[in-house]
Design a protein around this ligand. Sequence first.
Ligand code: NAD
Ligand code: TDX
Length: 332
Amino acid sequence: MQKILVTGGAGFIGSNFVHYVLDNTDHHVTVLDKLTYAGNLASLAGLPAERFSFVQGDICDGSLTDRLTAAADVVVHYAAESHNDNSLHDPRPFLDTNIIGTYTLIEAARKHNKRFHHISTDEVYGDLELEDPERFTESTPYNPSSPYSSTKAGSDLLVRAWVRSFGLQATISNCSNNYGPYQHVEKFIPRQITNVIDGIRPKLYGAGENVRDWIHANDHSAAVLTILDKGVTGETYLIGADGEKNNKDVVEQILTHMGLPGDAYDHVTDRPGHDLRYAIDSSKLRSELGWVPKFANFDAGIEDTIAWYRKHEEWWRPQKAATEARYQVQGQ
Ligand code: NAD
Ligand code: TDX
């Protein structure tokens, strides 16, 4: 049994990880989360009190992170400002949380000599052409496009420097686009599902040809546990499930599953600097650590996700109107 400190555990992927750990191991979890607009305590409702505790606070708070890190065996760092569109309109919180927050945590992990795992994204590598046969690997050069991805790249580089200069016991994982339950309605898949529920036509940025490499959040959680268990300190592991799809195809799939014509969507203003394609080669994680994704059927995963949003309207409804009002101002 280990005591895991999970930052950002009230967010989408963090909360899925907390459920996954409590369901599949005997570890104890403490979540540290600021509960920004993206954090939702309802995602952590009903967890067993003897194995789970929650602390509301900011990862930039040095004395709090010091105290919580000292009490943990392992820190898994999910907390971030995570939405590209928001980063284009107000980058400052991205610098504070993604850069200063990560710095604050790795200083605590260094001081207390604790195992640290940094959660990052494939977006640090920039984007690929549609027909490029290459995919991202651990040695692809960093080339981020947005304020969000540049701050994630900066945080990765801080962790790497702390490994080299101070011997921090850290690993890093860069994962592709996640889908599943508990994802905020600002993100692509939940936005379109909840739009359809509300009788609003889905919104595709630009031509809709941009490709994302989709992975179920549970497969991401299993990969992170595998890295905690068998990963080598100082190493980076790419996480992906060979799930490349363009946005148009994803929207058509959602519409069809929800009983509407596959072309009942609108094209809206494109995202400035919109990355064209992400694609992950996760063979290092598979061959060296033995991880394999289990949610191979994206179509079935989308059906389950639609069912989850239909069933849990009380979870997403409070955010929906304000999120759509923000998009409307942006012409999206
Ligand atoms: P999210 O926005 O759903 O959740 C982020 C959580 O962090 C929220 O609960 C929020 O309250 C918390 N938080 C934000 N600032 C904080 C601060 N200063 N102190 C403490 N808590 C704070 O994000 P997500 O989609 O779950 O992403 C989680 C992590 O995974 C991020 O690091 C992101 O870069 C990475 N990632 C996400 C994806 C994806 O598809 N969503 C893919 C690859 C990597
Ligand atoms: O309404 C929309 N219409 C649309 O066409 C929205 C919200 C998005 N899009 C497009 C933009 C992207 O090409 O869909 C794709 C996915 O968009 P997002 O859900 O915003 O994700 P993305 O920008 O790809 O970033 C996500 O994956 C990598 C996460 O938000 C990041 O945190 C993660 O690092």
